[in-house]
Design a protein around this ligand. Structure first.
Ligand code: 5GP
Ligand code: ZN
Length: 136
């Protein structure tokens, strides 16, 4: 397997770990958005969040809830962004599901994505399409 996060799990690649148990690993992102930026992964390889079994996802999220306050304390942050990129189009570079915990500081100069505007009845249209897709 070519996956770099699997290599980190196996110890074939180095990482700066902040948490480890039988099923999960959390380590510092090599190129942090802010210092203290942590990646949380299941040790088993699953490509995306959608491919990750529900029970494992729930426990992963519970772990994220434990880790996030510690990340904030360590970074002197007032908040954090929780991010999961799914698929290349969404900016996923490593195909092993991971949660980013990104500590946020006042005046860190990171901005939200710009919002778009719905035209005419587009909002209604999109809600109907999503509701229909849920029925499948
Ligand atoms: P993605 O774009 O897939 O959501 O994010 C992948 C993240 O993994 C990036 O933020 C990147 O900096 C981080 N990363 C990539 N390779 C390594 C590595 O070998 N070690 C660590 N600690 N982080 C990595
Ligand atoms: Zn992997």
């Amino acid at each position: 397997m070519d996956c770099i996060f699997c290599k980190i799990v196996k110890g074939d690649l180095p990482s700066t770990k902040v948490y480890e148990d039988k099923r999960f690993l959390a380590f510092l992102d090599l190129n942090p958005i802010n210092k203290g930026h942590v990646l949380v992964i299941p040790k088993d390889h699953h490509n995306t969040f959608l491919n990750t079994p529900v029970d494992l996802s729930k426990d992963l999220l519970a772990l994220v809830k434990t880790l996030a306050p510690a990340v904030m304390t360590a970074s002197g942050a007032n908040g954090f962004n929780l991010l999961v990129n799914n698929g290349k189009t969404a900016g996923q570079l490593v195909d092993h599901v991971h949660f980013h915990i990104i500590p946020r500081l006042k005046d860190d100069n990171l901005h939200h994505w710009p919002g778009k505007q719905y035209l005419d009845n587009e909002m209604e249209l999109f809600s109907k399409k999503i509701i229909k897709a849920l029925e499948k």
